[in-house]
Design a binder for this molecule. Structure first.
Ligand code: DON
Length: 581
């Protein structure tokens, strides 16, 4: 039951009080066998042809992971600025018969030659763009190994079939999207995308940037996929394709250290997913180096920060304060858990959350991290230096539910748009190593997220799967957006569950990002301007922005079946066996 329609929420924001209410579930099944999945499939992906590839695999009886691989291979071609074979990502999988969520970490790994000071020039931090385009920015790509791991775990369709849609498009031609084309003129002025071998010829044929709607082919990409399809992952991590990657990463005066040995050693890591209770739901998130646990923190801090019978303004304020507290902790504590101790359990402990919610930072001040060890009476965690990683736009998120109610939430990236602007075998190479804390001072404490050989940089990517009290699927969500990802994703959780919005309304609602001293509000969408004024009145340093680069693709198991939507800020679409709501 909805207490107030979300349309009313938007219109009446700041004037009416509404009560929080909890989502209802209709599925009372005890086991999958007794209660087969009644809702069919749904895919919400950032490009319609990639959504079609997912739907095609699902129509053939494929598992959600089959659809994910097919969709992502198409995204690597049609949205090359965001993710692809040269990058990596995180995938969270819900297998209905197991009532469990698994987390596959296919994040790029630092080469064995990576050094803590590799983005420093002497004792001065390199300019961001210098780091970003350098060979040191390129981590060992994880995407192809990730495809293999999830297919081995759950795939139902033959491996070779999954690449068919992407191979066909790459070989026969496709239209350049407005998203890809729009950034090319400006990137020619401020990056090496129009100069480096491979990228220059592909994105600027005859020296001119590709135009939206122009039909092009990518035979190199088709060939790379054919080889992966027929020979498996060794075609990518050893041999000619690996050599092309290593050569591109080492090229130039600012070449990096990536070697064939680094390529051959790459492994996907299966890490525990973490599920934390929120109301009667269970929010399941990826663990570090992902920032996934922030979803559980933000939701639970939000509830603690809400006054009794809150007004809508107070709800937005609670959302802002919950983010500020969670970001401060994330920025301080999170890194690669194989190299630093990230106190995730402590940060999610209800005693710590109680104490943290009782000390919100004054609106004008810079929020600082809390100390869960102190609150819990344990010996203090390590002392870290501050980390101010820069994360510009270059990522994609998709959500898929298959015919049996299994789900995948996947966020894939090359980090910046077009990654390091280096090219190999039909795709761009990531610049994921700049997601480490780049600054390094041997005389200061080390940041948790420091560059270390073999380590994986901290990530904001937060693919999330929410289960209900019976551990049945409730929601699949996530977004690109760099450092803003936790804010975007949490907006869909809180928007749908507490603000009683439809999936589309929650996605469309103005983005609010409260990290550090400022609160960014998307004023290009209603009621962004009103929120900006109200938050300014509270004393926050509000930064108004017109458009915020989210790419939320969300699926909800609603009372009448699956409800999905794609972010209007990008070009995505939703396909399902039944019409979406
Ligand atoms: O892993 C991360 O946090 C970043 N590499 C993600 C970058 C990103 O989302 C850019 N988005 N549009």
């Amino acid at each position: 039951m909805r207490l107030i329609s979300s349309r009313s929420f938007l219109l009446l924001l700041f004037t009416f009080s509404i009560n929080a209410c909890s989502p209802t579930r209709t599925n009372n099944a005890e086991t999958v066998a007794e209660n087969p999945w009644p809702y069919g499939f749904m895919a919400a992906v950032a490009n319609p042809l990639a959504t079609e590839a997912a739907a095609e695999m699902l129509s053939r009886g494929g598992h959600a992971v089959d659809a994910a691989i097919a969709a992502h291979a198409v995204l690597g071609l049609l949205e090359p600025e965001s993710s692809g074979l040269g990058g990596g990502g995180f995938m969270l999988i819900f297998e209905r018969s197991e009532h469990a969520v698994r987390f596959f970490d296919g994040r790029e790994a630092a080469p064995s030659g990576a050094r803590a000071d590799m983005f420093m020039s002497g004792n001065r931090l390199q300019g961001y763009l210098d780091s970003n385009q350098s060979g040191n920015a390129v981590g060992v790509p994880g995407t192809v190994a990730l495809y293999k791991s999830i297919h081995d775990a759950y795939g139902k369709l033959p491996w070779t079939e999954l690449f068919e849609p992407a191979i066909l498009l790459a070989a026969e031609g496709f239209e350049v999207s407005s998203k890809t084309a729009s950034s090319l003129p400006s990137l020619a002025l401020r990056s090496r995308l129009d100069e480096n071998p491979g990228v220059a010829q592909y994105f600027y044929p005859n020296g001119e940037p590709l135009k939206a709607g122009q039909v092009i082919r990518n035979p190199e990409y088709a060939e790379t996929l054919r080889r992966i399809a027929s020979e498996g992952t060794s075609a990518f991590y050893t041999g000619e394709i690996a050599e092309a990657i290593v050569t591109a990463a080492q090229a130039g005066e600012d070449g990096g250290t990536l070697t064939m040995q680094d390529m051959a050693s790459y492994r996907v890591i299966e890490r525990p997913a973490i599920c934390g209770a929120w109301r009667e739901l269970n929010i399941c998130a990826a663990t570090p180096p992902s920032s996934g646990p922030m979803q559980i923190m933000i939701a639970n801090l939000y509830d603690r920060l809400l006054p009794r019978l809150p007004t809508n303004t107070q709800r937005v304020k609670a959302f802002v304060d919950a983010q500020r507290l969670a970001y401060a902790d994330r920025d301080y504590y999170f890194g690669d858990p194989d190299h630093v101790n990230v106190p995730v359990e402590e940060l999610l402990d209800s005693r710590y959350l109680d104490s943290r919610a009782n000390s919100p930072t004054a609106p004008g001040a810079v929020p600082i991290h809390g100390d869960p060890a102190k609150v819990l009476g344990r010996s203090s965690a390590a002392v870290f230096a501050a980390d101010s990683t820069v994360e510009p736009a270059g990522t994609t998120h998709f959500s898929i539910v298959d015919n049996e109610g299994n789900a995948i939430s996947a966020t894939m990236t090359v980090e910046s748009p077009f990654g390091s602007k280096r090219w190999a075998a039909g795709f761009v190479l990531n610049n994921e190593m700049t997601d480490f804390a780049r600054a390094y001072d041997p005389d200061e404490p080390e940041p948790a997220n420091m560059v270390r050989p073999g380590a994986r940089p901290r990530s904001s990517m937060s693919p999330t799967i929410v289960l209900d009290a019976r551990n049945e699927l409730f929601m699949v969500t996530g977004s690109p957006g760099g450092n803003s990802i936790p804010a975007y994703t949490a907006k869909t959780l809180i928007g749908i569950v507490d603000w009683q919005m439809s999936v589309k309304e929650a996605i469309d609602f103005p983005n609010i990002i409260a990290r550090g001293q400022t609160v960014r509000v998307e004023v290009g969408r209603e009621p962004g301007q009103a929120m900006s004024s109200a938050l300014t009145e509270y004393g926050y340093q509000v930064q108004e922005s017109q458009g915020e680069d989210s790419g939320l693709h969300v699926i909800l198991v609603g009372e009448n079946g699956l409800e999905g939507a794609a972010d209007p800020r990008r070009l995505g679409s939703v396909m399902s066996t039944a019409p979406s709501h």
